[in-house]
Design a protein around this ligand. Structure first.
Ligand SMILES: [Zn+2]
Length: 312
């Protein structure tokens, strides 16, 4: 009788400990500073179009190096030369790779965005701008800005994964239809031997739209449906705007370079951005809230092993 009582007592204590452990395992990420993220978007645009090989592109990279240095996150560059068939010249391109290590025993993932801006305006209202580069406020700068803010958050509190931040060049180089001349930086990154290095990848592209609409993208769904499930469940849980839980579009973007290299990856992209490849892809048509929506969802997953461990 006594023994039974003690056993019951131990069971009760055990249940209590387990329950409290489970609730304690949830980690609230540090606050996403939306204003600082948006300033990072504006700063990139202020350099001028970050066309590969341009002064603006080099100045923008220096800006990234300064931020990562200040956060004491080791950063390196990956330079390569692309022979451009359009101009029959060599175009120097550079990827920026910053490696945040929370714990050497943790798995590593890759967070990617392109920092180049398109060298031509495909759909200008002012036809004289047809062959002029775009500002790329959402198409490029928005993803990088959000990742820079995540880097700030990591230095406030470590996530439960190691993260390589990869800012790629030359994503948007090709003329419409010339798919082989797109995603140049991410292809170069993948060629360096990344197979098996990353548990998964997330690409952020065109997430600055004031009227944010991010659907599940088809190649992402094929590559890592589990991660897409977690992302859209998390967006619903956090009640952030802009995530619509259905598949729309199959988009050739930097995630394809990762997927081809065997990294199960997801692209978060708003392909309904009405200023896409126009002269109106400017900060005025972007919002801090949109960067925050995406940043909070990604952070929630990276800080909580109970979420990311469900991925491939
Ligand atoms: Zn583009």
């Amino acid at each position: 009788m006594k023994k039974t009582t003690f056993t019951l007592l131990y069971l009760l204590i055990g249940c209590f400990v387990m329950t409290s452990c489970q609730s304690n395992s949830y980690i609230t990420p540090p606050k996403f500073n939306a204003q600082r993220a948006f300033e990072y978007l504006e700063k990139q645009v202020a350099f001028g179009p970050r066309v590969p090989g341009s002064t603006a592109s080099a100045e923008c990279r220096d800006f990234f190096y300064t931020i990562f240095d200040s956060l004491e996150i080791p950063v390196d560059s990956q330079a390569f030369v692309f022979f451009d068939l359009y101009s029959q010249t060599n175009i120097p391109m550079v990827n920026v790779v910053a490696s945040y290590v929370a714990n050497p025993d943790f798995p590593t993932i890759v967070l990617m965005a392109h920092y180049d801006s398109r060298p031509r305006t495909d759909y200008p209202t002012d036809k004289s701008l047809l062959n002029k580069p775009i500002d790329g406020a959402s198409d490029g700068a928005s993803g990088v800005a959000t990742l820079l803010e995540l880097a700030h958050m990591f230095t406030q509190q470590a996530p439960s994964l190691n993260v390589d931040f990869v800012f790629v060049d030359g994503e948007d180089w090709g003329k419409s239809g010339d798919i082989q001349f797109y995603m140049l930086g991410s292809k170069e990154f993948a060629r360096k031997g990344i197979r098996g290095k990353y548990k998964f990848g997330i690409v952020l592209d065109m997430i600055g739209d004031k009227d944010l609409t991010i659907y599940r993208e088809q190649y992402s769904e094929n590559s890592n449906k589990e991660l897409n499930d977690i992302i859209f469940e998390t967006a619903a849980k956090l009640q952030v705007d802009g995530f619509i839980d259905s598949v729309k579009y199959a988009i050739s973007d930097d995630h394809l370079s990762l997927i081809t290299a065997g990294i199960p990856s997801v692209d978060l992209i708003d392909f309904d951005y009405k200023y896409w490849h126009t002269e109106f892809d400017t900060p005025e048509n972007c919002s801090a809230e949109s960067l925050e929506s995406v940043g909070r969802v990604v952070a929630e997953i990276l800080y909580n092993k109970s979420l990311w461990q469900r991925t491939k």
